[in-house]
Design a protein around this ligand. Structure first.
Ligand code: ATP
Ligand code: MG
Length: 218
């Protein structure tokens, strides 16, 4: 059975956690957060930019300060969205289990839903302390173009029934946007308008993000 972790300050809220590198944050992230909030009756969705992600092989990740600024700009028009610095405050690699423990300690809410795209769910068995992760949160799994729920069977059969019951599938939501494609577009001088909020687009342009150092497009 799952132990219930209830901090002294618990307010019995249903909270969504949207973790990601957010390099940069885009409408794909914002849309799945909003759809999950609506569908599962979440009172808030907390965006948690990753500090030093363990699952990312890409060498140069934009500084956490910049990724946080972009996230703050992107969510500010939605009163149901918030951001936590819990991961960027921590030095060393980021593990979801540590983040969830810390958010619990902070008394962020009673029932925590970790919102994640299909690609991230497929990696769940490689996460540190999966058993504890499932005690601390439930999952909202969103399809993402290019990933199907069928592939997930391989992963799901390795979980226990109570664990599987804590994964809620949401087939509506994922849209064809990725941060990788946005970085590529900036590099090639292609538009990113309508893929990211205008504030994020402005921030990327003003700070010359995603160009190799010293190079700019005419
Ligand atoms: P990158 O291309 O750099 O990996 P990304 O677009 O995948 O960036 P992340 O910050 O890696 O963005 O993703 C954070 C979370 O959001 C992950 O759970 C990911 O699966 C999910 N996600 C990102 N984009 C989408 C999308 N378009 N539809 C559904 N889920 C998404
Ligand atoms: Mg990704």
């Amino acid at each position: 059975m799952f132990g219930m972790v209830v901090p002294a300050t618990a307010n019995w809220k249903k909270i969504g956690i949207m973790g990601g590198t957010f390099d940069p944050i885009h409408y794909g992230h914002l849309h799945i957060a909003e759809c999950s909030r609506h569908r599962f009756g979440l009172e808030k969705v907390i965006f948690v930019p990753a500090g030093n992600p363990v699952h990312k092989s890409r060498k140069s990740i934009t500084s956490s300060a910049r990724r946080m600024e972009m996230t703050a700009l992107a969510i500010r028009s939605n009163p149901n969205f918030d951001m936590s610095e819990v991961e960027v405050r921590r030095s060393g690699p980021t593990y979801t289990v540590d983040t969830l423990e810390e958010l619990h300690r902070e008394g962020i809410g009673d029932q925590i839903f970790f919102i994640t795209g299909a690609d991230a769910i497929l990696e769940i068995l490689t996460w540190k302390n999966v058993v504890r992760v499932f005690e601390l949160c439930e999952f909202i799994a969103i399809t993402r173009p290019g990933y199907s729920f069928k592939e997930m069977d391989r992963v799901l059969t390795k979980l226990t029934k109570p664990q599987r019951d804590r994964i809620h599938f949401n087939e509506t939501g994922g849209i064809l946007i990725s941060s990788t494609d946005i970085r590529r577009r900036v590099l090639c001088g292609e538009p990113i308008k309508y893929l990211v909020p205008p504030e994020v687009e402005g921030y990327i342009n003003e700070n010359g993000l995603y160009f190799p150092e010293g190079e700019e497009f005419e």
